[in-house]
Design a protein around this ligand. Sequence first.
Ligand code: 13P
Length: 260
Amino acid sequence: MPRRKLLCGNWKMHKTRSEASEFFHSFTKRLGNLSDVTRTVDVGFGVSATLFDTCLTGVHGSGVKILAQNCHFEAQGAFTGEISVPQVLDAKLSGSIIGHSERRQYYNETDEFVGKKWNALAKASLLPIVCVGETRQERESGKTFDVVKTQIEQSLKQVSADARDKDFVIAYEPVWAIGTGLTATPDQAEEVHKFIRDLLSGAFGPERAQAIQILYGGSMNAANCKELLSKPNIDGGLVGGASLKAEDFALMVQTAKDLS
Ligand code: 13P
């Protein structure tokens, strides 16, 4: 069975509740019935905690996933400012983005930390979207594959056998392409995606690896998404800036649908 495409917006620290509501109004108007869309492609949004309810209302019953942008691996406790996996579950979200390079860069998140979050989410049958990717310096010094391999392998060490059986998504996001307008070329991205799939094949077996969605992230937009999404190992996108405008993101979802 061919892998489904997943287009997931990452709204980062953007939008108020009224802006989120307006977004879904416009998004739905452009795409028509969202339930019809999710019959063919997977669609999701990683949003701030203040927007969970508004977004869930905006996509109600359509199968569009609303996710957190981060969560903690402890079930509860004195961790001011954090959201636990049971809270993500209670909020009726589908999962969480974890290990985004902005979390790694500004909040010192390590592969071990990311792996613990992966483990906690998977155990709760929530979807972890695990972000990996190299910096410009790492790419220029030829370390891209090593960096991505280490990030995945070190995180996986924290994931227990039962949690490994649960679904997850990998997002390859070269740090130099995030928010810069510099996109990896489709060939550059495909090369790393293929490498990741081979790595997953070693860890999970070839059959399972064939079914895992690997997303590209980094200045993906309505103009460049078709070429990227046409590559055999690029199963979708984790989209920052271009997911903030309903018009642009609806076009991208439509492109993914047309390719499916
Ligand atoms: P941009 O699409 O704005 O480059 O952001 C990508 C990203 O970080 C998605 O997680």
